[in-house]
Design a protein around this ligand. Sequence first.
Ligand code: TGC
Ligand code: FAD
Length: 403
Amino acid sequence: MHPMVTTSPQSRKSVSTLPNFTDLYAVDELLGDDERLIRDTVRAFVRKRALPVIDEHFEAGTFPHELVDGIAQLGLLGMHLDGYGCAGASALAYGVACEELEAGDSGLRSFVSVQGSLAMFPIWAYGSEEQKQRYLPEMAAGRMIGCFGLTESDAGSDPASMQTRAHLDGDDWIISGSKMWITNGSIADVAVVWARTESGIRGFLIDKGTPGFTASDVHRKLSLRASVTSELHLDSVRVSAGQMLPEAQGLRAPLSCLNEARYGISWGALGAARACFESAVEYSKTRLVFGKPLAGYQLTQLKLAEMATRLVQGRLVTWRLSQLKDAGQAHPVQVSLAKRANVRLALDIAREARTILGANGITLEYPVIRHMTNLESVLTYEGTEEVHTLILGKAITGEDAFG
Ligand code: TGC
Ligand code: FAD
């Protein structure tokens, strides 16, 4: 803690305390008691349960199944939804939880994002009462895992070009096609699959084991290795009419789910950035180069000053966005801005932190390279950086530059 002379007229002579270097504008102080409690409990869980095992999982390319119960017991699955066993927490609390999870690993936040924002949210927002009763309490308790199948191998940034189709056969739907890059795909008990129908794009709940429905994992990933990424295959899968989400009409429905997940990512990325920044600061203080600590060189201090500044900028963006979201006023374009800005700053911080660690920065002895490679996926999923640039460009100019 360093003393700092403040400059406002009322307090020109008073000395205030400089907050922690990872939060120099003390955004943390703006949290309420509930959010602070969530932050502390998730942070403790990540330190005690996740960090000791995450490197091994990352190296082996395995998902840490052993953490699912604990995450569910903390109430983090569908935490920002009301009723049906969900915690009904604020958007701010959800954001804080995402930051703490991703300070552990992006794979943990991904798991929670997909379960809560992409699998539970569409059921909660667009499902029938029967669907809500059947799936949501089980999913909130972590007894049922969900995934979200929007992307296809030839339809990523442009989901409107999806080829997966569903048609009615009597009262049943028959669904055929495939989905690619699906987080939690092979471990999911239920897949929310989006398909083209005669009445536009609709969402379907497909239970694991439904004949014709299989999932196979994507291997040889060098990013998000502690997360399951799968391809879903749908070969004339027959589901009853009751498995279609009745209120989800058109592309608007899956895109609205993305707002929820993108919001969480804008917070989560700050967690990964914070972990890299802390690691770099600590390392620079103990590493001696040319006879003195690396931290004592101006070039290093420039890097650290930039990181601290960008973390502040990211925190202020998420803080304000959470206020708008809790007031029900967050516009998708504002969410795009936050996702784009914070993932970019996190990736830049991770890459810069890696340089400070020198050769040590390329090993799993330190968390930096793991976060850095994870963030390459985070930059791409939930709308690439370019897609969010074009969303902002369209909002600013009124010109659609997608096509
Ligand atoms: P466009 O004509 O602009 O929109 C179609 C309809 O959707 C509405 N809409 C939205 N509604 C709610 N929220 C949003 N964010 C929305 N964006 C658009 C829009 O108003 C319109 O409604 P209506 O009623 O007029 O029909 O659609 P477009 O085909 O031109 O596409 C626009 C574009 C490119 C922005 C969109 O397709 C897009 O966002 N592409 C990116 C795709 C993406 O982000 N995929 C993510 C897949 S899930 C994932 O990555 C999970 S990773 C999870 C993890 O592990 O954490
Ligand atoms: P493309 O759309 O082919 O884009 C390739 C490049 O072209 C990108 O740089 C892109 O920005 C750029 N580009 C695209 N359009 C334009 C344009 N108009 N102008 C200029 N540049 C453009 N999807 C799901 O549905 N569910 C999931 O659970 C899920 N989990 C994922 C997990 C991981 C680890 C990863 C990596 C992806 C996941 N995805 C998931 C898919 C993800 O959403 C897509 O990868 C993403 O939307 C981009 O699609 P694409 O990979 O096909 O890239």
